[in-house]
Design a protein around this ligand. Structure first.
Ligand SMILES: O=c1nc[nH]c2c1ncn2[C@H]1C[C@H](O)[C@@H](COP(=O)(O)OP(=O)(O)OP(=O)(O)O)O1
Ligand SMILES: [Mg+2]
Length: 191
Protein backbone atom coordinates (compact mmCIF):
# COMPACT_ATOMS: atom_id res chain seq x y z
CA UNK A 1 0.00 0.00 0.00
CA UNK A 2 1.48 3.35 -0.95
CA UNK A 3 1.57 5.85 1.87
CA UNK A 4 -0.04 9.19 1.22
CA UNK A 5 1.85 12.32 2.15
CA UNK A 6 0.22 15.73 2.33
CA UNK A 7 2.52 18.11 0.45
CA UNK A 8 1.85 21.77 1.17
CA UNK A 9 3.17 23.92 -1.68
CA UNK A 10 1.99 26.78 -3.85
CA UNK A 11 4.30 25.76 -6.71
CA UNK A 12 2.87 23.43 -9.40
CA UNK A 13 6.31 22.73 -10.96
CA UNK A 14 7.66 21.53 -7.63
CA UNK A 15 4.66 19.30 -7.20
CA UNK A 16 5.00 17.86 -10.72
CA UNK A 17 8.70 17.14 -10.28
CA UNK A 18 8.25 15.62 -6.82
CA UNK A 19 5.46 13.37 -8.14
CA UNK A 20 7.70 12.34 -11.04
CA UNK A 21 10.55 11.40 -8.71
CA UNK A 22 8.18 9.42 -6.49
CA UNK A 23 6.63 7.55 -9.41
CA UNK A 24 9.83 6.62 -11.20
CA UNK A 25 12.64 6.38 -8.68
CA UNK A 26 11.27 6.36 -5.15
CA UNK A 27 8.19 4.20 -5.10
CA UNK A 28 5.85 3.59 -2.16
CA UNK A 29 4.57 7.12 -1.62
CA UNK A 30 1.77 9.18 -3.09
CA UNK A 31 1.19 12.87 -2.70
CA UNK A 32 -1.93 14.71 -1.85
CA UNK A 33 -1.31 18.40 -2.46
CA UNK A 34 -2.53 21.46 -0.59
CA UNK A 35 -2.02 24.72 -2.37
CA UNK A 36 -1.42 27.01 0.58
CA UNK A 37 0.85 30.00 0.49
CA UNK A 38 2.58 29.93 3.87
CA UNK A 39 4.38 33.10 4.95
CA UNK A 40 8.13 32.53 4.96
CA UNK A 41 10.28 33.75 7.80
CA UNK A 42 13.74 35.22 7.28
CA UNK A 43 16.81 33.33 8.48
CA UNK A 44 18.93 30.38 7.44
CA UNK A 45 17.44 27.84 5.01
CA UNK A 46 16.90 25.52 7.99
CA UNK A 47 15.02 28.23 9.96
CA UNK A 48 12.83 29.04 6.96
CA UNK A 49 12.05 25.35 6.32
CA UNK A 50 11.29 24.46 9.93
CA UNK A 51 8.95 27.39 10.47
CA UNK A 52 7.10 26.87 7.18
CA UNK A 53 6.48 23.21 7.99
CA UNK A 54 5.33 24.05 11.52
CA UNK A 55 2.74 26.47 10.15
CA UNK A 56 1.69 24.08 7.40
CA UNK A 57 1.03 21.31 9.94
CA UNK A 58 -1.16 23.68 11.95
CA UNK A 59 -3.18 24.64 8.87
CA UNK A 60 -3.51 21.04 7.67
CA UNK A 61 -4.22 19.76 11.18
CA UNK A 62 -2.09 16.66 10.70
CA UNK A 63 1.16 15.29 9.28
CA UNK A 64 2.55 17.05 6.24
CA UNK A 65 5.66 17.79 4.24
CA UNK A 66 6.90 21.08 2.82
CA UNK A 67 9.88 21.88 0.62
CA UNK A 68 12.16 24.87 0.29
CA UNK A 69 14.59 25.45 -2.49
CA UNK A 70 17.56 27.78 -2.17
CA UNK A 71 20.14 28.81 -4.75
CA UNK A 72 23.40 29.73 -3.07
CA UNK A 73 26.12 31.69 -4.91
CA UNK A 74 29.60 30.94 -3.61
CA UNK A 75 30.85 34.44 -4.50
CA UNK A 76 28.11 35.94 -2.32
CA UNK A 77 28.65 33.80 0.75
CA UNK A 78 25.56 31.69 0.03
CA UNK A 79 23.11 34.43 -0.97
CA UNK A 80 20.47 34.70 -2.45
CA UNK A 81 19.93 31.29 -0.74
CA UNK A 82 16.35 30.97 0.51
CA UNK A 83 15.53 34.40 -0.97
CA UNK A 84 16.12 33.24 -4.56
CA UNK A 85 12.40 33.39 -5.26
CA UNK A 86 12.30 37.16 -4.77
CA UNK A 87 15.59 37.80 -6.58
CA UNK A 88 14.40 35.71 -9.52
CA UNK A 89 11.03 37.48 -9.64
CA UNK A 90 12.69 40.89 -9.56
CA UNK A 91 15.71 40.53 -11.84
CA UNK A 92 15.23 37.27 -13.80
CA UNK A 93 17.82 35.08 -15.48
CA UNK A 94 19.86 37.98 -16.87
CA UNK A 95 19.96 39.88 -13.61
CA UNK A 96 21.09 36.81 -11.66
CA UNK A 97 23.90 36.33 -14.17
CA UNK A 98 24.93 39.99 -13.97
CA UNK A 99 25.09 39.79 -10.17
CA UNK A 100 28.13 37.52 -10.60
CA UNK A 101 29.98 39.61 -13.19
CA UNK A 102 33.26 40.79 -11.72
CA UNK A 103 33.52 37.90 -9.27
CA UNK A 104 36.10 35.17 -9.74
CA UNK A 105 33.62 32.31 -9.41
CA UNK A 106 30.15 31.56 -10.79
CA UNK A 107 29.85 28.44 -8.63
CA UNK A 108 26.44 27.84 -7.06
CA UNK A 109 24.74 25.18 -4.98
CA UNK A 110 21.12 24.18 -5.50
CA UNK A 111 19.83 23.22 -2.07
CA UNK A 112 16.54 21.47 -1.47
CA UNK A 113 15.15 20.99 2.01
CA UNK A 114 12.15 18.75 2.61
CA UNK A 115 10.59 19.17 6.03
CA UNK A 116 8.34 16.60 7.65
CA UNK A 117 6.03 17.32 10.56
CA UNK A 118 4.21 14.48 12.31
CA UNK A 119 1.44 16.97 13.16
CA UNK A 120 0.73 20.30 14.89
CA UNK A 121 3.01 20.97 17.82
CA UNK A 122 5.74 18.54 16.76
CA UNK A 123 9.20 19.67 15.73
CA UNK A 124 9.71 19.33 11.94
CA UNK A 125 12.56 17.13 10.72
CA UNK A 126 14.71 18.36 7.82
CA UNK A 127 16.18 16.41 4.87
CA UNK A 128 18.64 18.26 2.64
CA UNK A 129 19.84 17.54 -0.87
CA UNK A 130 22.55 19.51 -2.68
CA UNK A 131 23.71 19.73 -6.28
CA UNK A 132 26.82 21.73 -7.13
CA UNK A 133 27.02 23.67 -10.36
CA UNK A 134 27.46 27.07 -11.91
CA UNK A 135 25.42 30.00 -13.11
CA UNK A 136 25.44 30.37 -16.91
CA UNK A 137 23.59 32.43 -19.53
CA UNK A 138 20.07 31.02 -19.93
CA UNK A 139 19.74 27.92 -22.16
CA UNK A 140 16.78 25.58 -22.59
CA UNK A 141 13.11 25.97 -21.95
CA UNK A 142 12.25 28.31 -19.15
CA UNK A 143 9.25 26.62 -17.60
CA UNK A 144 10.64 26.13 -14.12
CA UNK A 145 12.26 29.02 -12.29
CA UNK A 146 16.04 29.28 -12.65
CA UNK A 147 16.47 25.89 -14.42
CA UNK A 148 17.88 27.58 -17.59
CA UNK A 149 20.79 29.22 -15.75
CA UNK A 150 21.90 26.32 -13.51
CA UNK A 151 24.42 23.91 -15.03
CA UNK A 152 25.37 21.00 -12.75
CA UNK A 153 29.12 20.47 -12.30
CA UNK A 154 30.69 18.25 -14.95
CA UNK A 155 27.65 18.46 -17.29
CA UNK A 156 27.26 20.39 -20.50
CA UNK A 157 23.52 20.91 -20.11
CA UNK A 158 21.54 23.22 -17.87
CA UNK A 159 18.71 21.73 -15.81
CA UNK A 160 16.33 23.20 -18.40
CA UNK A 161 18.05 21.32 -21.26
CA UNK A 162 17.75 17.97 -19.49
CA UNK A 163 14.91 15.48 -19.77
CA UNK A 164 12.93 15.06 -16.53
CA UNK A 165 14.77 11.74 -16.00
CA UNK A 166 18.18 13.37 -16.43
CA UNK A 167 17.35 16.16 -14.00
CA UNK A 168 15.89 13.72 -11.46
CA UNK A 169 19.04 11.60 -11.67
CA UNK A 170 21.17 14.31 -10.10
CA UNK A 171 18.86 17.00 -8.77
CA UNK A 172 18.88 18.65 -5.35
CA UNK A 173 15.20 17.68 -5.10
CA UNK A 174 15.83 13.98 -5.79
CA UNK A 175 18.63 13.85 -3.24
CA UNK A 176 16.52 15.44 -0.49
CA UNK A 177 13.46 13.33 -1.28
CA UNK A 178 15.54 10.15 -1.21
CA UNK A 179 16.55 10.92 2.39
CA UNK A 180 12.98 11.80 3.40
CA UNK A 181 11.66 8.54 1.93
CA UNK A 182 14.33 6.49 3.68
CA UNK A 183 13.27 8.04 6.98
CA UNK A 184 9.55 7.53 6.36
CA UNK A 185 10.00 3.91 5.27
CA UNK A 186 11.64 3.15 8.60
CA UNK A 187 8.65 4.51 10.57
CA UNK A 188 5.96 2.09 11.75
CA UNK A 189 3.00 2.15 9.30
CA UNK A 190 0.58 4.06 11.49
CA UNK A 191 2.90 6.76 12.70
O1 LIG B 1 14.31 22.79 -9.24
C1 LIG B 1 14.14 24.01 -9.46
N1 LIG B 1 14.58 24.59 -10.61
C2 LIG B 1 14.41 25.88 -10.86
N2 LIG B 1 13.76 26.75 -10.04
C3 LIG B 1 13.29 26.22 -8.88
C4 LIG B 1 13.47 24.85 -8.55
N3 LIG B 1 12.88 24.63 -7.35
C5 LIG B 1 12.39 25.80 -6.93
N4 LIG B 1 12.63 26.77 -7.86
C6 LIG B 1 12.30 28.20 -7.74
C7 LIG B 1 10.87 28.47 -7.36
C8 LIG B 1 10.98 29.69 -6.49
O2 LIG B 1 11.12 30.85 -7.29
C9 LIG B 1 12.29 29.47 -5.74
C10 LIG B 1 12.15 28.65 -4.48
O3 LIG B 1 11.32 29.27 -3.52
P1 LIG B 1 10.38 28.38 -2.59
O4 LIG B 1 9.84 29.23 -1.51
O5 LIG B 1 11.10 27.14 -2.20
O6 LIG B 1 9.21 27.94 -3.61
P2 LIG B 1 7.73 28.48 -3.86
O7 LIG B 1 7.43 29.66 -2.97
O8 LIG B 1 7.57 28.67 -5.32
O9 LIG B 1 6.82 27.27 -3.43
P3 LIG B 1 6.36 26.84 -1.93
O10 LIG B 1 4.91 27.22 -1.82
O11 LIG B 1 6.55 25.35 -1.88
O12 LIG B 1 7.22 27.58 -0.96
O13 LIG B 1 13.10 28.72 -6.65
MG1 LIG C 1 7.72 29.60 -1.02
Amino acid sequence: MPRTLVFVTGNPNKLRETRHILSSGLEGFELESRDLDIPELQGTTADVSREKCRRAAELVGGPCITEDTALCFEALGGLPGPYIKWFFKSIGHDGLNKMLDGFSTRAATALCTFAYSAGPGTEPLLFEGRTEGEIVAARGDGKFGWDPIFQPAGKDKTYAEMTPEEKDGLSHRYRALDKLCEYLKALPEND
